[in-house]
Design a protein around this ligand. Sequence first.
Ligand code: ARG
Length: 456
Amino acid sequence: MTLWGGRFSTKLNDQAWDLNSSLPVDQRMAIQDVDGSLAWANALHNANILSDEEHASISLGLGTVRGEFASGQFSFVPSDEDIHTAVERRLTELIGVTAGKLHTGRSRNDQVATDFRLWMLQAIPELDAAFKDLQTALLEQAEKAGETLMPGYTHLQRAQPVLLAHWWLSHFHPLGRDRERLADLTKRVSILPLGCGALAGTPVPVNRAELAESLGFAVPSPNSLDSVSDRDFAAEFLFCATMTGIHLGKLAEQIVLYTSAEFGFFELSDAFSTGSSLMPQKKNPDVFELTRGKAGTLIGMLTGLLATLKGLPSTYDKDLQEDKAPVFAATDTLLAILPVIAGALRTITPKPERMRNAIDSFMMATDLADYLVDKGIPFRETHSIAGKAVRAAGEKNVGLEQMPLEAYQALCPAFEADVYQVFDPLESVKRRNAIGGTSPKAVAMQIAECRSQNSK
Ligand code: ARG
């Protein structure tokens, strides 16, 4: 059984069949296909196209099909070209020719777009929960970090000391933006294509607003030609997934660096590390490297779909069948990564001493310049004076805190004995007290804000 044999004199070439068949991919939308069909049967019934009896029979049959999918009992047959065919074929086996009335006024073009959107409406909350759990893991670490100091880097050069808690939270916020993006995307997914027919709309007098509501969509689509070709939501979803991949890659890159012997800021738990087949001593951060690597694969999924969409005319073209595989793969990728990263971060051990030892007094050179600013000297000048102090200390191979007061006073008479206080990194951190800064107070406020965001 195919859904379209009438006008053909021979059957489709076997290899062309294989190329055409989308069942291996779209069988993931089985439940959504049945749910869409149940709603469509209701619409046909309301429009007096199905009698009470026919409607009852189709609904009962679809209920059975749904149960078979849910319990894994459903068996496909070789003629199932796609999930839509499989459902209708099985329904016909169960209830006979009445099944043939279900497709009245409907096309696989509006059907597949509906299934796909329904699928995504279910996937987004699942992803959101995984995002949220990773954010919670980051938050837990931030709360545990207290006033632990670590070196902050720009250009991967030692820059200024920061609180470890502040660093943890720097990976919390990107995920918050990712969640916002997905929530916003939901608005554009929640637009119902069903009732658009193949392209021109359906002749069935169906109330599409009711139909939309019954399937959990916000509104019916306003233009049938656009609706059967609109895959913006899939591209947007892939962008969201890719952006997350890049965010997770950034976090992963830092963990890879910071767990190296050279940094030694963290130690991964054995449960989230892997070994080498050759070098017995190795403890590798594979899960973070894979996370970093998968960002590249996600970019490929996004650009692949964009390239497929580019140059298509409006309405349905079979090219669009390429839309689902990358979306499913991207979802699977994120659902595979997110809980592993959350687990790895929950069990990672920070090494505060290593972090503290990596902070040298040169990282307080800005504070040295600020010290003179407090004495009324313009920052442009104090920056240069502090720079000269850095050069002098470097030449003597000592730290800024080891330079004698006379040396400072030779650079600027405003230096006094209290200058040495600026080299305390905790004091440096405390001074950065404005909203978003790294001071313990500002970070405590940030933690509270993140907590309240995450309890929603
Ligand atoms: N398998 C198709 C897809 O995924 C379903 C729609 C087929 N429509 C058609 N006119 N052949 O896009």
